[in-house]
Design a protein around this ligand. Structure first.
Ligand SMILES: NC(=O)c1ccc[n+]([C@@H]2O[C@H](COP(=O)([O-])OP(=O)(O)OC[C@H]3O[C@@H](n4cnc5c(N)ncnc54)[C@H](OP(=O)(O)O)[C@@H]3O)[C@@H](O)[C@H]2O)c1
Length: 250
């Protein structure tokens, strides 16, 4: 089966292409680096030719509020139009758990806009919402650092290894469309400040983490429901501690 992975050269996309090929599928890694651009539409119609499934794991190059919204709206519109023209039978997209619960986060607003376009497209689809990747924890620390100190909410977060996201995404891409949303999260919920403290300790980073219930996460104050999944999420198998050990070994 021909499966086009839009964003197929990125963190998730490159592993997904490999997984799908290992299972015997004709997986195409589509991105500007391979001549397929969802903003300019370069190479898009050609990439869709004969595709049964399209998986959208693109990411915006710039995360400023307007730029990221423009990216996901334009990319989504162009991609869905090309899929409709080619008769694609299943559109799969990777989104984020809790996007609609954090309205002051411009990136999350853009993901909600991306989801809205998919739901209105009429194309059979499955939206898989994942929690934050372990690979993103360093970025969270960076974004919350002021004068060498990191203030973070102790609200629960349930992050996941990118390998577990890829496994769930491959399963979804090979199944029938659910015309709805599924969730996938890591195996354990951890207070956000503690998660970052463990990451810094493992990476021998001496910055201090201060718990602060008022600290904002990319614009929003968090509670224990903000970043954790709802009922019956799929759960990844890889624990954060084990992932940290693996990263150190690499
Ligand atoms: N980070 C998290 O914690 C998290 C959690 C849940 C969901 N997600 C979602 O996961 C998705 C994938 O994230 P990621 O970390 O794998 O992203 P990434 O590593 O930054 O990769 C982004 C991909 O998008 C491609 N791309 C950029 N502009 C494009 C365009 N105009 N046309 C086609 N492709 C384009 C890039 O292609 P080039 O390599 O050619 O530039 C690259 O392949 C995102 O949608 C994100 O919202 C992330």
């Amino acid at each position: 089966m021909k499966i086009v992975v839009i964003g197929g050269t990125g963190l998730i996309g490159s592993k997904l292409v490999q997984t799908l090929r290992e299972r015997g599928h004709d997986a195409l890694a589509a991105s500007p680096k391979t001549g397929v651009n969802t903003i300019t539409r370069e190479g898009l119609a050609q990439a869709m030719d004969g595709a049964a499934v399209v998986v959208d794991v693109t990411n915006a190059p710039v995360w400023e509020d307007k730029a990221v919204l423009d990216f996901f709206e334009t990319s989504g519109r162009n991609l869905l139009a090309a899929e409709a023209a080619a008769g694609v039978r299943h559109h799969v997209a990777l989104s984020i758990v809790g996007s609609e619960r954090l309205p002051d986060n411009g990136y999350f607003r853009a993901k909600v806009a991306q989801e809205r376009l998919i739901k209105a497209s009429g194309i059979p689809h499955t939206i898989l919402r994942a929690t934050q990747f372990f690979e993103f924890v360093g970025g969270i620390a960076q974004s919350a650092t002021v004068d060498g100190e990191i203030r973070l909410s102790p609200a629960l977060i349930q992050p996941i290894a990118s390998d577990d996201v890829v496994a769930a995404l491959a399963e979804v891409a090979l199944a029938s469309p659910v015309n709805g949303t599924l969730e996938v999260a890591g195996p354990e919920a951890i207070p956000l400040d503690e998660l970052v403290r463990r990451f810094l300790q493992a990476t021998k980073d001496t910055r201090k983490v201060v718990p602060d219930i008022h600290a904002r996460y990319f614009g929003d104050v968090l509670n224990d429901q903000s970043l954790t999944p709802g009922r019956n999420p799929r759960l990844g198998a890889i624990r954060f501690e084990d992932w940290l050990v693996l990263q150190a070994a690499r």
